[in-house]
Design a protein around this ligand. Structure first.
Ligand code: NAD
Length: 328
């Protein structure tokens, strides 16, 4: 494993991080009996950064991860979130997030988390996020219930704007720097570098598209993006390349991301990701994959409050049938 320092926190995190959303059964059912082996395999591989949220399976992912991490808790960096409680249930109030962290600590079987993040801020009232939510996160830090504070979300530009207005230790962005996109580099990476913020990238498989299995109903990517993903998976498999390894390898090339979070449902998936550490992709395979994704490169989908400017721009760029899928 390789490690990087997470911004100004000083925390040393593995470049491959453990995304625990699959433990909430959000993609498909994951047998609980395998949790200890799955987390154990990740720890054995040197993964020390774990990310979860109360939103993943309505607390289930936190329960499962917390239980499996009991023997490892002192040796890992544990991040959870607050503010998002369901697909359309949000509470970014100081009272709400304070209560949320208390519940998370119980589920995670720990006295404090290393990182508490406001989850999917594009669904919040941005004034409230800046003036109430983030100050409340700092209060939780002052109380010793979290060591560091962060924000997460879909739109890199929005994350950069909020981080410039309210101090945070970390920013987590997803689906904006992987085989399908690189627009995290436009506003967010320069802002993070300027502000000394730790940068976390998530969803190297574009939320499972490059895993090559049936996607859940809620998946927001437009049909053209899914089709390009299926083409990439087919081509990789016929070329003897694991698309998950190639995807993680791509993300590991980013110079300033501290950790890339992949969602894991099995020990084999941990192995696929870790194979990226000494992967050496064939140049022709890489070029073909880049050609396959080029028609949909940097495609976004509506995400967040409808009055949010970034969401409006994404809607304007989508065809009517794509918007229906993205809204579903
Ligand atoms: P991902 O791109 O990591 O894909 C995960 C899916 O791919 C899961 O279904 C997993 O079982 C499957 N998968 C993993 N390895 C595979 C392999 N080798 N072969 C086939 N399938 C494989 O997407 P993600 O889970 O959305 O993102 C990773 C993590 O990042 C999340 O678990 C979460 O911790 C974090 N995240 C946070 C936010 C946020 O805070 N707003 C958003 C997205 C992701």
């Amino acid at each position: 494993m390789r490690y990087r320092i997470l911004g100004s926190t000083g925390l040393s995190v593995s470049v491959i991080g453990f995304g625990a959303s699959p433990l909430g059964n959000v993609f498909s059912p994951v047998p609980q009996a395998g949790d200890d082996a799955l987390v154990g395999r990740a720890v054995d591989a040197g993964i020390n950064f774990f990310d979860v949220s109360p939103y993943y399976g309505d607390g289930l992912a936190e329960e499962r991860l917390g239980t499996a991490l009991v023997p490892h808790r002192r040796n890992v960096v544990l991040a959870t979130k607050c503010g998002r409680n369901g697909s359309d249930r949000f509470d970014f109030s100081a009272k709400g997030i304070t209560a949320s962290l208390e519940t998370s600590l119980r589920r995670l079987r720990t006295d404090a988390v290393d990182l508490i993040q406001a989850h999917d801020i594009e669904f919040g009232d941005i004034d409230q996020v800046i003036h109430e939510t983030i100050p409340a996160l700092w209060e939780l830090k002052r109380q010793g219930k979290a060591r560091y504070v962060g924000i997460t979300g879909y739109w890199p530009g929005l994350l950069a704007r909020v981080a410039a207005e309210a101090p945070v230790d970390t920013v987590l962005n997803y689906c904006h720097w992987n085989l399908f996109s690189n627009d995290m580099d436009e506003a967010l990476c320069p802002a993070a570098a300027r502000l000394g913020i730790g940068l976390i990238n998530a969803s190297p498989l574009h939320m499972g598209i490059l895993g090559g299995v049936k996607l859940p109903e809620w998946h927001p990517a437009p049909p053209a993006v899914r089709a390009a993903g299926a083409e990439v998976v087919g081509f990789c498999r016929s070329s003897g390349v694991d698309p998950a390894t190639l995807s993680m390898w791509t993300c590991l090339q980013h110079p300033s991301v501290a950790s890339t979070l992949m969602g894991f449902a099995s020990a084999g998936q941990v192995d696929s990701a870790c194979a990226a550490l000494d992967f050496d992709p064939d140049a022709e395979v890489l070029q073909t994959v880049q050609r396959q994704v080029s028609p949909v490169y940097n495609t976004s989908w509506p995400q967040g409050r409808p009055e949010n400017e970034d969401t409006k721009r994404a809607m304007a760029g989508l065809e009517e049938d794509e918007i229906k899928v993205a809204k579903a």
